[in-house]
Design a protein around this ligand. Structure first.
Ligand code: NAP
Length: 484
């Protein structure tokens, strides 16, 4: 089997109230190496009862953790940052094994997770309230900030470490406590946050991590009044369920949901830069990112030159086991994901699309899939409105800026979008007209800790990163001081 610097981080138990536990039932779930299909270990199949104990522990821990001096909370975060970076190689290897992405991308994911931790250690010191001028003399209006309390976190498999970083770091920064449920396909990178929190010195109960039935664990979180916030990253479908489920106890919600990013290339674009941007935006993580270019919209004048270069670059991508040198695309997460991409390709062909490269399962077998480009894409095709989540690049053709904007906005999603142009006026018009939470002008890779990451429309509520990412874990109180 595998080499293992990562073994110490591969926790085959859940962290509840400072103890590493098995499921009450003793049942476990197998975890596989996504490149080989081999089982690498198990995690507990926990459910409602264990989650309720985790919530109780987090609620108890909140009573004292919220009082922890600010500088102590910042120092704990710095130690968490150092624990991540000191163990970057082994955490990245574990991530690659259980998720499939190339090792270089996994190292990058651990590093950006650490950057989020560092960012929120810095931002916590600026969680300022304000004093507002009162309308009458003698009265003082103070606006103060407070941690929301116990936060329930549910995260997906595609960035199993950094999606938790963006939630755990701001929560801990302001004094909240955590019950986290990582995705079942990639639980070890989530459980590693429990081990890292222990190493950094967080008190028992501040960080709890449970694995198992999504419905039972999420159900316990929804039902518990003590959980004052739910933060979720995943599909829009599940996000909607969680918003409904949070209504009964009126929890705060943050939802980082699906996307259908348009990647628009105008005639005046720098061709090389646009192709480079499309490659990174489309094929990073085998096309399994929420901000992936889902529809590549190319203006007629540059269309053929762009497609030629995109196809050349796509053909050259090295597909393989993420641990091997030079691999740029690993396996897809599971057989369903492969079938979904095949379905999109079949549907496109039936509606007149042409597969110019790729289009089928990779000769390596398993869940490896050929990087694919389809031209002649149209609104009649499923991927015009649905999220692909795979290494398939559909190219649409358009003539005018108005048409591009209309096509780009013709979806219920509103997460990320991209546009390549040298026209500054157009860049500003696009910012005003594109209904997206994030816009990359001449950039295909826009995620950064300093900026608020998040979507509009059915792509979500709330922001992660930036100063807004801290605000989402705070309650605002107003105190009126009079009569003194
Ligand atoms: P998913 O099926 O929604 O799963 C995400 C998480 O929700 C997992 O932990 C999953 O648990 C859990 N879950 C599943 N069904 C649930 C239910 N009924 N109630 C409560 N929790 C439930 O999404 P995914 O397939 O893992 O991830 C892909 C999706 O995430 C894509 O749509 C992508 O765009 C989105 N995403 C968005 C962002 C963003 O920042 N906006 C970032 C990354 C990904 P199990 O694993 O146990 O099923």
């Amino acid at each position: 089997m595998l080499d293992t610097g990562y073994t110490p981080w591969m926790r085959q138990a859940n962290l509840v109230a400072g103890e590493w536990i098995a499921a009450d039932s003793g049942r476990t779930i197998d975890v596989t190496d996504k490149a080989t299909g081999e089982t690498i270990g198990t995690v507990p199949a926990c459910g409602r009862a264990e989650t309720e104990r985790a919530i109780a522990a987090a609620a108890e821990a909140f009573r004292s953790f919220r009082e922890t001096p600010l500088m102590e909370r910042c120092n704990l975060l710095w130690r968490l940052h150092d624990a991540l970076m000191d163990n970057q190689a082994s955490l990245a290897e574990l991530l690659t094994v259980e998720m499939g992405k190339p090792l270089a991308e996994a190292k990058g994911e651990i590093a950006i997770g650490a950057q989020y931790v560092r960012w929120f250690a810095e931002e916590a010191r600026r969680a300022k309230g304000e004093i507002v001028p009162a309308g009458v003399n003698g009265r003082r209006i103070l606006v103060t900030k407070h941690p929301v309390g116990v936060v329930g976190m549910i995260t997906p498999w595609n960035f199993p470490s950094s999606m938790l970083a963006r939630k755990i770091a701001p929560a801990l920064a302001v004094g909240c406590t955590v019950v986290a449920k990582p995705a079942t396909a990639t639980p070890y990178s989530g459980l590693a946050w429990g081990a890292l929190a222990e190493e950094a010195g967080y008190p028992a109960g501040v960080v709890n991590v449970v694995t198992g039935s999504a419905r039972e664990i999420a159900g316990a979180m929804m039902d518990a009044f003590a959980v004052r916030k739910i933060t979720f990253t995943g599909s829009t479908e599940v996000g909607k369920e969680l918003i409904r489920g949070s209504a009964d106890t009126v929890k705060k919600v943050s939802m980082e949901l699906g996307g259908n990013a348009p990647f628009i290339v105008f005639d005046d674009a720098d061709l090389e830069a646009a192709v480079e941007g499309a490659m990174v935006s489309k094929f990073r993580n085998a096309g399994q990112t929420c901000v992936c270019a889902n529809r590549i919209l190319v203006q007629s004048g540059i269309h053929d030159r762009f497609v030629k270069k995109l196809v050349e670059r796509t053909k050259a991508l090295k597909v393989g086991d993420g641990r091997d040198d030079g691999v740029e695309q690993g396996p897809m997460i599971d057989a369903d994901a492969v079938e979904k991409v095949e379905g999109f390709i079949e549907d496109a062909k039936q509606h007149g699309g042409e597969v110019v490269t790729g289009g089928k399962r990779h000769e390596r077998g398993g869940t490896f899939f050929e990087p694919t480009v389809v031209t002649g894409a149209s609104q009649a095709m499923q991927f015009a409105t649905e999220e692909i989540f795979g290494p398939l690049a559909p190219v649409f053709r358009f003539d005018t800026e108005e048409e591009a904007v209309e096509l780009a906005n013709a979806t219920a999603f509103g997460l990320a979008c991209y546009a390549y142009t040298k026209d500054l006026g157009r860049a500003f018009r696009l910012n005003e007209r594109l209904e997206y939470g994030m816009i990359g002008i001449n950039s295909g890779l826009i995620t950064t800790v300093e900026a608020p990451f998040g979507g509009v429309k059915e792509s979500g509520l709330g922001k992660e990163g930036g100063s807004q990412g801290l605000e989402d874990y705070l309650e605002t109180k107003y105190v009126c001081v009079d009569g003194i």
